[in-house]
Design a protein around this ligand. Structure first.
Ligand SMILES: Nc1ncnc2c1ncn2[C@@H]1O[C@H](COP(=O)(O)OS(=O)(=O)O)[C@@H](OP(=O)(O)O)[C@H]1O
Length: 390
């Protein structure tokens, strides 16, 4: 103490810099700069927030720069005033470039293989906005059919800024219904005002309980069914199973209950799914035809923009997805996106879409065509659309 006080210094003599001092007031220029920066941040936040719903709709910004938006068009397939559906022909359409298809074993699961085109992880831009908006139950569902081209349709639709969709198949109305609608809603991506929430689960179309369950959620739900020649579809289904279980019996032996008698085994799921008229009857007990849109799987390959136009009209969306969004990839043998949603890079569907189909005995295919013909005709009548499979 004495030491500290020596030299004539007391505690009171400690230099001012060691005592608590009030913070120096920032010079006016720095204060103004800080204020300006804060205002800039607020403005930037508001700008980006509004962009999530509106700027993205401008094709020149986040899409392809594909020109002005087309005007809203009326639904292409509105029913006639007397309730009879209009007739639209898909006749003369070529089958998929790879021709005849593939199938699956009796009772085989109908879940889509996990593939890169079923992304659950949001794109960087969606992650940025993941905090905004709210989760809604889907207003539109792609309910089928398995191997019809459902993944291609959903991936193409996702390019639309007003469509938000779950990547993986939720299988809520067939496998997880007991989990409840809150669970289902929680699977959905967040949407902003004016955006449509969608999902696809192709097995719904053949699930007996699905129509009533979806109607109980909302009778206004829009239902999309991608249909494909049931014979090619069956072969495609078989090829999928064969790729996982190479030891399954031949397509020919699974097709018939009694080959000599020409008795087709309708219990085999690859055949059963193609009984479109029968499945549609169940849906029409719960939904009017006007709530359903039938997309031609063949035309989705041949003219994706044409089918996407019908789908956008049906969903009440602006016609933003056009032929400018697609190119034909010769190696893949299918149309691909010039710029995929989120990445902005060219994007084809993965290897599990567009597989080579095994060779099937021509006589078996002919007999299957004969089997499906009357059912296809009934389906054309019910939908008012001729898909040209015969
Ligand atoms: N653009 C494009 N690229 C690749 N594949 C396309 C495309 N458009 C339609 N398809 C056809 O989609 C068929 C698979 O149908 P799904 O996606 O409905 O299959 S699944 O039920 O989800 O497993 C798939 O069937 P396979 O050719 O038998 O593999 C394709 O023919």
């Amino acid at each position: 103490m004495g030491q500290r006080l020596s030299g004539g210094r007391s505690c009171l003599d400690v230099p001012g810099r060691l005592l608590p001092q009030p913070p120096p007031s920032p010079p006016p220029v720095r204060r103004k700069l800080a204020l300006l920066f804060a205002m800039l941040c607020v403005w930037l936040y508001m700008f980006l927030y509004s962009c999530a719903g509106s700027c993205a709709a401008a094709p020149g910004l986040l899409l392809l720069g594909s020109g002005p938006r087309a005007a809203h068009a009326p639904p292409a397939l509105a029913s006639a005033p007397d309730g009879t559906p209009p007739r639209l022909t898909f006749g003369g359409l070529a089958a998929t470039p790879l021709g005849a298809g593939k199938g699956m074993a009796k009772g085989a699961e109908s879940q889509e293989e996990q593939s890169p085109e079923a992304p659950d992880s949001p794109s960087p831009i969606s992650s940025f906005f993941s905090g905004s908006g709210s989760k809604q139950l889907p207003q539109a569902i792609i309910i089928g059919v398995k191997k019809g081209g459902t993944r291609a349709l959903l991936e193409f639709l996702r390019v639309h800024p007003d469509v938000r969709a779950v990547g993986a198949e939720p299988h809520f109305f067939d496998r997880s219904y007991d989990k409840g609608l809150a669970w289902y809603r929680d699977l959905m991506p967040r949407t902003l005002e004016g955006q449509i929430t969608m999902e696809k689960t192709p097995s719904y179309f053949v699930t007996r309980e699905a129509p009533a369950r979806i109607a109980a959620m909302s009778r206004d739900t829009k239902l999309i069914v991608v249909v494909r020649d049931p014979v090619t579809r069956a072969v495609s289904d078989y090829a999928q199973t064969l790729s996982k279980r190479p030891d399954i019996p031949s397509f020919e032996s699974l097709t018939f209950r009694n080959r000599t008698a020409g008795l087709v085994d309708t219990a085999w799921s690859a055949i059963h799914i193609g009984l479109y008229a029968k499945h549609l009857e169940h849906w029409l007990r719960h939904f009017p035809l006007g709530r359903m849109l039938f997309v031609s799987g063949e035309r989705l390959v041949r003219d994706p923009a044409g089918e996407l136009r019908r789908v956008q009209d049906f969903l009440g969306l602006k016609r933003i997805i056009t032929d400018k969004h697609f190119y034909f990839n010769k190696t893949k043998g299918f149309p691909c996106l010039k710029k995929a949603e989120g990445s902005g890079r060219p994007h084809c569907l993965g290897k599990t879409k567009g597989r080579p189909h095994p060779d099937i005995d021509g006589d078996v295919l002919r007999r299957l065509r004969d089997f499906y013909r009357p059912l296809n005709r009934k389906f054309y009548q019910m939908t008012g659309l001729d898909f040209g499979w015969d």
